[in-house]
Design a protein around this ligand. Sequence first.
Ligand code: GLY
Ligand code: MN
Ligand code: MN
Length: 539
Amino acid sequence: MTDQPSETTPAAAREASAGAPADTGAEPGSQPLSERVDNRTHSPESSAFAEFMASQWAPAAEKDLPREEVADHAAQRRLRISKEHTGQRLVIPAGAPKVRSNDTDYRFRPHSAFAHLTGLGVDHEPNAVLVLEPVEPGSGDDAGDHTAVLYFHPMAGRDTREFYADARNGQFWVGDRPTLREISTAYGLRTRDLSELEAALSKDVGADGVQLRLVRAQDAAVDGIVDSARQAGGVELEQAHLQDDQLVERLSELRLIKDEHEIAQLRESVDMTVRGFEDVVRALPHAIAKPRGERLVEGAFFARARAEGNDLGYDTIAASGNNATVLHWIRNTGEIRPQDMILLDAGVEAESLYTADITRTLPVTGEFSEIQRQIYQAVLDAADHAFTVAVPGNRFRDVHDAAMSVLAARLEEWGLLPVSAEVSLSERGQHHRRWMPHGTSHHLGLDVHDCAQARRELYQDAVIEPGMVFTIEPGLYFKAEDLAVPEQYRGIGVRIEDDVLITADGNENLSAALPRHPDDVESWMQGLFESSETSSTAH
Ligand code: GLY
Ligand code: MN
Ligand code: MN
C-alpha cells in the first residue's frame, strides 16, 4: 500500500525533520501525533510540480448517466417519511469512512437508511448527507412536505491539489468519483457541495424555529453541526436525542414491507448466493484434510461473489464438525474431516447493498450418515412447518413457535428432554432451547438483520403482511462437550436457512433453488462433484 500525503502538514515540519539522525535528542512528543503520519511522505511542494500536475490532462468528460430504476422507488420512500415529519428537517448521513488500521479504511458502505432513501449503493458516497428540508405541506417533492437535497464532496478537477494529494477523495488515489450533476441525473436528487451543509443545517434552528431530526453516530462531523445548531437555538439536547432515536426507529420500520425494486434486488442476491454455494460444493473435495480447510470453503464462496462484482452481506460462516455448533463461527480455522458435515451460512450483497442470508448443512463426502440424517430431517421438518405458518394474517412470532413445536416433539421422541415437550414449550420450561438458542426468523434486506430498530409491536408481535422478506432458519446444535445427550449426537450442528417472501396468499421460498431435502442434497452434491471432475479432466 502506498504512503499517503496530507493536505494539512506544514512543509516546515517536514523540512525540519528531513535528514535528521535517528536520535535527535529532541523532547519526545514535541511534534503533535496527528502530524506524524506525514513524516513518511514525500509529496513535492514546489510550485513547478503543482503547475505541471495541473496541466496536459485530456478533458474530463462528465458522464450523461441514465436515470436509475431505483430513483422513483426511493422518491416514494422519501414521500412516506416526509408525510410523517411535517415541519422537521431530517438529516440522514451516509456515514464517514471507517478506519481499519491506522490510516487505512475499510471499503465504504453507506448506512442502510441512507441507501434506502437515496437508492445509492456500493461505494456511494463517503460523508454524503441527505437532507429533507421542510416546506409548505403539499408543496414539496411529489406533493410531499419536504424537498430532498443530497450534499456530498464531488470529484475535484485535475487542476487541483486534491486530485493527487488527497488519499481519501483524490481521483489519483481512489479513482473516478461522481460529480454533482451525475448523481443528480442518475438518482433524481438535488445535489449540493458538502461545504454548504453546515449553513443549510443551521438555518433557523431553534425551539421556535425548525426542529432537526438526525440519524446520529454515523458521521461525527454532522453530529457536531446538528448539536451546535441546536444549542445555538436554545434546544435541549437530551430531548432532541430522544427524538433522533424516533427517526431511526421509523426509518427502520419503513423497510418492513419491501417494494418491487427491493424484491427484485433480493432475488438477485439470492441467485448469486446459490451460485456461490455450488462453487463451494465443487471445491469441497479439495478442502478435505487441508490445514484450515474451512478457509478454502470461505474463499470459494467469496471468490464467486467478487468475480460477479459483489461483496458479502456478512462474514461467511464455514463451520465443519463441532464448529457448526458455534452459532457465529467466522474464524473458519478448522480442518474439514470426511466423516463430518459442514454448515455454510453465507450471503452475497449486491451492488444495491441488498443481501441474501442462506444456510445449508452438507455432508462433506456428499452422503449423510444415519445420525446426521436423523438430526437434519428434524430441522427440515421444523422449517417446513414454519413455512406453513409464515403467511399473511399470522403473527411473526408464530413462525418461531411453529418451528419450536416440531423440534421439542422430536427431542422428546429421542429421549433428550428432561421434561415433556409440552412442559418444555411452556414459558416456565424452554429446555429445548438448550439446542436451539437463537430465533427462527429475522427480517432481511439492506441489513442482514433488517429493520432491527423497529418497535416490538411491528416486529415480533406484528401481523405478517405481503411484501415482508424474512429468513426461516431453525437449527439443532449438539456440542461435543454436551453431556446431556448421548455420544452419537455430540459434535453435530445443523441449520437450514431460507429467505422467504410473503405473497398475497402465502409465501415464496426465494432460495428454493438450493436443495433442502436430504435425498436432494445428496444427488445435487454428487452432480456437482461429477461435473467438476469432468471439467478438471477436460483441462
Ligand atoms: N448469518 C447470520 C444469521 O443467519 O442471522
Ligand atoms: Mn439469518
Ligand atoms: Mn445466516
